[in-house]
Design a protein around this ligand. Structure first.
Ligand code: AMP
Ligand code: TRP
Length: 333
């Protein structure tokens, strides 16, 4: 059976972009693959985190996965640091085959490091190598993510290829990115040119999975748009990033294409479109946030799920790491 690995950083404020770009697709794929869905806390600490908040957020992400429809009896839902040793060890081995030139091309590092690049941490720089290790440690074949992770996945494929070539063995499968749906890059509600993000200082820029119905309606009502009417052809949304974003969100939430959505709303303005979008978003997200609240009220049960999953993950990862060390030539006595 083909295997999926994907993950999310437990850094607070899970939002509609995380849901539509990632988790929703995981839910759809979970029965056709053996799935590992990780809370990547080791990636989270590449930027400063408050320890108590990191722990809280790790449980919250697990709750969001389950509340969104991931079945913990079928999929492994665990935190990366539970197998920290294995993930870190493979990262080190893969680092030895990753040229600096490849890492220097990573746009996410440039964005996160900002102008003071000399002050950026080593882990922020090697972030994509840890991500490659996450995937390769499970011999994952498919990796469903949002569009912003495409470059990191191409690097993971390059690193897998470099390992296989260097040791002249077909050991790591080259993972296939799965960037699916009508909302692979959900944009900020305040600015159609920047992506919806956990770290945007404006809470108005995103719809959080924990927002209540009134908050969702408020945020959509205030979302930036333009004065034009909606066209009947998605191509006519070119140059209208805010309008294209809202139509894409509607399409993804209702399991339609943008063209189907426009067939219903062509010639209408945002005064009509926004309330419909609000109702739709609330109908999809309310049950999720309700489920999240219920799950978070029983942390012991969540921890039981996470702990059991980590064990299952270890039973897959440990033999792969063992074989990797063998290939590299480490004495194993
Ligand atoms: P992160 O929040 O950076 O850990 O991302 C977790 C997952 O959500 C990854 O698969 C991302 O590609 C996806 N994701 C994050 N932000 C967005 C967005 N604005 N639109 C679509 N997918 C996103
Ligand atoms: N870097 C990813 C993000 O921020 C999260 C991640 C870490 C991931 N390891 C992964 C995603 C492995 C897919 C596979 O979105």
């Amino acid at each position: 059976m083909n295997r999926i690995f994907s993950g999310m950083q437990p850094t607070g404020n899970l939002h509609l972009g995380n849901y539509l770009g990632a988790v929703r697709n995981w839910v759809a794929m979970q029965h056709d693959y053996e799935c590992f869905f990780c809370m990547v806390d080791m990636h989270a600490i590449t930027m400063p985190q408050d320890p108590a908040e990191l722990r809280r957020s790790t449980r919250e992400v697990a709750a969001a996965y389950i509340a969104s429809g991931i079945d913990p009896d079928v999929c492994s839902i665990f935190h990366q640091s539970a197998l920290g040793g294995e993930h870190a060890e493979l990262t080190w081995i893969l680092s030895s085959l990753t040229p600096l030139g490849w890492l220097n091309r990573m746009t996410q590092f440039k964005e996160k490091a900002g102008k003071k690049r000399e002050n950026a941490g080593l882990a922020l720089y090697s972030y994509p190598v840890l991500m490659a290790a996450d995937i390769l440690l499970y011999h994952a074949t498919h990796v469903p993510v949002g569009e912003d992770q495409k470059q990191h996945l191409e690097l993971a494929r390059d690193i897998a290829g470099a390992f296989n070539r260097h040791y002249d063995i077909e050991f790591f499968p080259l993972p296939e990115p799965q960037i699916l749906g009508e909302a692979t890059r959900v944009m900020s509600l305040r600015d159609g040119s920047s992506k919806m993000s956990k770290s945007d200082p404006s809470d108005q820029s995103r719809i959080n999975l924990t927002d209540d119905a009134d908050t969702i309606a408020q945020k959509i009502k205030r979302a930036k748009t333009d004065p034009e009417l909606l066209p009947d052809d998605p191509a006519a949304l070119d140059g209208r990033p805010e309008a294209a974003n809202l139509v894409g969100i509607y399409a993804a939430l209702s399991d339609q294409t943008a063209a189907q959505v426009l067939a219903d709303f062509a010639g209408k303005g945002f005064g009509q479109f926004k309330p419909a979008l609000s109702d739709l978003a609330v109908s999809v997200l309310s049950p999720i946030s309700e489920n999240m609240r219920r799950l978070l009220n029983d942390p012991a049960e969540l921890d039981r799920i996470i702990g059991g999953s980590a064990e299952r993950a270890r039973s897959v990862a440990a033999p792969i790491l063992h074989k990797t060390k063998d290939i590299v030539g480490f004495l194993q006595v």
